[in-house]
Unconditional design. Sequence first.
Length: 161
Amino acid sequence: MNVLYIIVTLTIMIVGLIGTVVPMLPGIILIYGGFLFYGIVTDWTSYGWKAMLFWGLVTAATFLIDYLASAVGARRFGASRYGLWGALIGGFAGMLLAHLPGLVVGAFAGAFLAELLAGKAVLDALRSGQGALVGLLAGTFFKVVLGIAMIGSFLWWALNG
């Protein structure tokens, strides 16, 4: 029966891993949900509350990464606070309108347009938009690596526990 539970859990986790790249799918939350599912159905024989607490805190921290990555990237490339807000608002609005492409274009365009409205030169505004894009991609890369680490630790505990 454990093999079936492992297969179901891995299916949940792989959908979660896809969700780390595809907006509107709760990526890391699904992976954590897989941990929770497997723990409940196996009576917590492979891992316990300490593992769940650790991965729960990590899961919560990814929310900050999700919402701040493009703004931090823009800041690193010289954006003002207008550019930071533009990246956040543009990314959110873009995601609502056109999912992944909208998120990418929205973060870039939001930082760029906000910097132009703040009176920055076009090249500086473009640099801020580029920073928002780099930050967004770095945040996504981090979530993918984190998702793989979570799945790897699950497999380790499930197969050795």
